[in-house]
Design a protein around this ligand. Sequence first.
Ligand code: MF3
Ligand code: CO
Ligand code: CO
Length: 247
Amino acid sequence: MNIKSEREIALMKEAGHINYLAHQEMEKYIKPGITTKELDEKIKKFIVSHGAIPSCYGYEGFPGNACICVNDEVVHGIPSKRKLKNGDIVKLDFTVRKNGYESDMTRTYLVGDVSPRIQQMVIDTEMALYEGLKVIKPGARIGDISHAIESYAHAHGLSVVEELVGHGIGTQMHEEPDVPNYGKANTGLVLKEGMTLAIEPMLNLGRKEVVLLDNDWTVVTEDKSPSCHFEHTIVVTKDGYEILTGE
Ligand code: MF3
Ligand code: CO
Ligand code: CO
């Protein structure tokens, strides 16, 4: 397993900070009427103007700078002429590459007035991410993260997408190990100081099953219920973790 040096962690933090700032910036554009393609262009501009690369673009042929998912779309939404509507939720998931290192961050945003039930789901999904992060420290195991996320999701009436997982991250967007959002405590790889991970619960209001659209990228919930997604890139520290995609 890949342990990063202090120098590498500093570079990832630089990439992660730009990712965080890009998310902050997008908040002001998320309104009914804007298209997902327009958001994608703004994300690209922001990242490039900070001397970094929107590395989703071209990854295994992905045609956008960001994965932009609306409502029942779970991951890998392709930016398009689709306009956001009042009451939608939209998920921006993108990677920023700088000096050869990646960062990965996702937030779910509210478009105008969103129903209380869906607002609660967005809060609970972000909380599930933090529940997963809370258990991270050297000696804890991947299954501890998985179990913490799953327990929190189920306690709040949400189902866990099983086909998509968090992951190691570094010079590559996706490195070992996988970090599932469900599983048993006290199982899996033992965490060590210097490991860098992207933790990313994807939780559904309805059933957990998902299907792949004909475009061969976008995953949606089978029952068309809304899905929420939050993601941070973190490093395991001496006594816990630090968020790299932050202020
Ligand atoms: N950012 C996604 C993740 O959380 C991966 C995007 S794959 C791409 O792992 F092809 F769309 F870039
Ligand atoms: Co991501
Ligand atoms: Co990720």
